[in-house]
Design a binder for this molecule. Structure first.
Ligand SMILES: C=C(O[C@@H]1C=C(C(=O)O)C=C[C@H]1O)C(=O)O
Length: 200
């Protein structure tokens, strides 16, 4: 089978279940492997946590998201993009997609989240089943790397020098619905210092 065209390989990442395969700097590993809510971990590493909702709209999912959410090819999804800010510094860019086939019964709170954390609706809901984490190195050409950088620039923050951004994603299921959350860790996350153990 011929290799995908170079442009396709730039647009897609190699998602894998083993974080060590990324050869990420050691400081990223505890963030990538956080087993609970990332929101809770970010709150424990800041005095003021905020979800900045960049956009929530109907869109076409990315080519390396389609199969994960049960689509044969990229199709219509409800897309949510946020910056997770710790003491006003963006630490994570997150991209969530829900197939339009999902109903409000599947994800009753998703469409009206606004600046509430998605995590607060996923963790603690007994109907939500969480899949395994996958990890990837996003090169500059990957759509989510481009969007994360653009989000920073649009907010007056210089895009990171790093040519690689480290990301993880997780598939959630509730009733008949699927929801894929991808979290792109911005280098600023490495500057966060644990402020509390009781804000998880
Ligand atoms: C899944 C979680 O929700 C977080 C909040 C998000 C949002 O509000 O869009 C997106 C990604 C997550 O980091 C979590 O806290 O673990």
């Amino acid at each position: 089978m011929s290799a995908p065209p170079r442009s396709a390989s730039l647009r897609q990442a190699q998602w894998q279940p083993h974080v060590l395969a990324l050869n990420a700097p050691a400081a990223y590993v505890p963030w990538l492997m956080e087993g609970g809510s990332l929101t809770a971990r970010l709150k424990a590493h800041s005095n003021a946590f905020r979800v900045q909702c960049l956009r929530q709209r109907t869109a076409i999912c990315l080519s390396d998201e389609a199969a994960v959410i049960g689509m044969h090819r990229p199709g219509r999804v409800l897309e949510r993009e946020v910056l997770l800010r710790c003491d006003n510094t963006p630490a994570v860019y997150a991209h969530t997609v829900v197939p339009r086939s999902a109903t409000a019964m599947d994800w009753p709170l998703f469409s009206a989240l606004g600046e509430r954390s998605l995590g607060t609706t996923l963790f603690g809901d007994p109907l939500v089943r969480r899949g395994v984490l996958e990890f990837a190195r996003l090169r500059e050409g990957h759509p989510l790397a481009r969007r994360a950088r653009a989000a920073l620039v649009e907010n007056g923050i210089a895009a990171p020098d790093a040519h690689i951004l480290y990301a993880r994603r997780c598939l959630y299921q509730r009733r008949q619905g699927t929801l894929l959350v991808t979290e792109v860790f911005l280098p600023a996350v490495l500057e966060l210092i644990k402020t509390s153990t009781n804000k998880r």
